[in-house]
Design a binder for this molecule. Structure first.
Ligand SMILES: [Fe+2]
Length: 229
């Protein structure tokens, strides 16, 4: 498999991070968690690739998804987690499935907790984790009742089984989200700095993810609904 090219597209105004994974030889890319199409199209043009798939790691509750707009602009197919309740046409991404772009493969894995449908995308030595594991903290897990419990299994039974050297590419960064100005991290680094990752007792972890969090984003239910239709 050729070395996949991973590009991070940061949006300072919202503290959101989107990604392009490209096969530069095949001149194809997938866009992941896009907001406005323009920065994604500009980055794809710089790389000389065509966006052929638009992938969401989860249903966003804090911002408008740009997936459909980017799909419409490029003709790319939309790929959503199999648990997504989206009512518009899309392909379902399944746990353990390989997503192919040119000769590059990205392995999707279920990582529920932040949302019910959350998935992560694995490349050699790298993981695009959406809001499952942000720099210094997991993403909030209170959008649904079983969130904290599912996040416990996601972190300890799935993500922490990966090597400490795996570089994590999160969905958010910066003060807007109560996070450091840090665009990437590693599993080993998160083990050192993220208190939640030390709570191996499930009840302790669930309590940590349940108590003392700031209010959910204003209008989050309407945002989820808008991102699903
Ligand atoms: Fe999120």
């Amino acid at each position: 498999m050729p070395e996949p090219r991973l590009e991070q597209v940061a949006r300072a105004a919202s503290g959101c991070l989107a990604y392009l994974v490209a096969d530069l030889e095949a001149r194809e890319a997938m866009a992941i968690d896009p907001q406005e199409p323009e920065p994604m199209l500009a980055r794809a043009a710089q790389l000389g690739v065509r966006i052929v798939a638009v992938v969401e790691t989860h249903t966003h509750a804090d911002h408008r998804s740009g997936a459909r707009e980017l799909g419409a602009r490029t003709g790319a197919r939309i790929v959503l987690p199999w648990k997504s309740e989206a009512s518009f046409p899309h392909d379902a991404l399944h746990d353990g499935q390989d997503l192919r772009i040119g000769d590059v493969r990205v392995r999707a894995v279920d990582t529920p907790g932040h949302t019910r449908d959350a998935m992560s995308l694995l490349l050699p030595g790298k993981a695009i984790v959406g809001d499952t594991l942000l720099p210094g903290s997991p993403g909030r897990a209170d959008f649904y009742e079983r969130g904290p419990e599912e996040l416990y299994h996601t972190i300890f039974d799935t993500l922490l089984k990966l090597d400490d050297s795996v570089v994590l590419y999160p969905g958010h960064y910066g003060p807007k989200h109560g996070l450091p100005e840090k665009l990437v991290t590693t599993l080993g680094e998160e083990k050192r700095v993220d208190e939640a990752l030390s709570l191996r007792n499930q009840a302790d972890f669930v309590r940590y993810m349940t108590e003392g969090w700031p209010p959910k984003p204003h209008g989050w239910e309407a945002m989820v609904a808008a991102n699903l239709r």
